[in-house]
Design a protein around this ligand. Structure first.
Ligand code: ZN
Ligand code: ZN
Length: 146
């Protein structure tokens, strides 16, 4: 989870800094941060592309992590996705579709339908409330890469 935090610092949309890491059997399969797709300018250079109060230029961290795995032919079946915030409903569907089994995230639980999609697919949700969790034995266990 600390690695996801570091990955988030590479985000190229100033509106959000999100990082995601996909792990299986203690191996990092891929990482992602929110940023523009190839061929598109970065929000940090040209400003955000706003529509309905949201920036629509960037791919989300979770999406970029899944795309990276796909580009390299790495299966995400049965893996864990660590993310510095809860997934939106689009990412929730992609996480389910990619066979992710466990989702560890900071902050509030995913909104309405996103939570429903994840739980009905049997994805284990691990919520971490503190932005900087104290290193208690329990939190170390939660943050441990599995
Ligand atoms: Zn942006
Ligand atoms: Zn998303």
């Amino acid at each position: 989870m600390q690695i996801a935090r570091v990955v988030a610092t590479r985000a190229t949309c100033p509106r959000r800094h999100v990082g995601a890491v996909i792990v299986r059997d203690r191996q990092i399969l891929s990482t992602g941060y929110n940023g523009s797709p190839p061929g598109q300018p970065h929000c940090t250079d040209v400003g955000c592309l706003m529509e309905d109060g949201r920036c629509i230029r960037t791919l989300h961290a979770e999406q970029n992590a899944l795309i990276q795995a796909a580009l390299h032919g790495t299966s995400t079946e049965g893996s864990t996705l660590y993310c510095t915030c809860r997934p939106c409903h689009v990412c929730a569907r992609m996480i389910v579709g990619a066979g992710i089994q466990r989702l560890v995230f900071f902050g509030p639980i995913p909104e309405g339908w996103a939570s429903e999609v994840l739980t009905s697919a049997g994805v284990t949700l691990v919520q971490i409330n503190d932005l900087l969790p104290p290193l208690t034995a329990q939190n170390i266990e939660l943050l441990r890469v599995r």
